[in-house]
Design a protein. Structure first.
Length: 131
């Protein structure tokens, strides 16, 4: 991998695909993706993230984001929620999703989560922060 960030839909999907490929080639435990900033309409100052390892996608969501993720899964029938954790000390939910699909479909899902569930605009910048 030579590039670690992208800020257009096509470039982000390429970055996500390359990150997944590098993750698999290295045999790392997981990869982590993070946008530059919080979503435009966020109530909190927390930057959302997505982790992926093996066939598991993980993320933390607010209740509203979780509802949008669940709706998004209607478009991705090969993805399913495996576990929801709601720690008492946290306000959100940790979500683990099993993704039984090819790497490009997983990359498309990442893009959909950032835009449709987390509310990022089309020109947001994302970074591969862990591979």
């Amino acid at each position: 991998m030579t590039r670690f960030d992208a800020n257009s839909p096509h470039a982000r999907r390429e970055l996500f695909g390359a990150t997944i490929e590098a993750h698999r080639e290295r045999g790392s435990e997981f990869l982590t993706l993070e946008p530059d900033t919080t979503p435009p309409d966020a109530d909190e100052e927390l930057v959302p993230w997505i982790q992926f390892g093996g066939t598991t996608v993980a993320m933390d969501c607010t209740d509203a984001e979780l509802d949008r993720v669940k709706t998004l899964l209607d478009d991705y029938p090969e993805f399913r929620i495996e576990d929801l954790e709601r720690p008492e000390e946290a306000e959100g939910t940790h979500v683990r999703i099993t993704a039984r699909s090819d790497d490009q479909r997983v990359a498309d899902f990442f893009e959909a989560v950032f835009q449709r569930a987390f509310g990022y605009p089309e020109d947001y910048r994302v970074w591969a922060v862990t591979i």
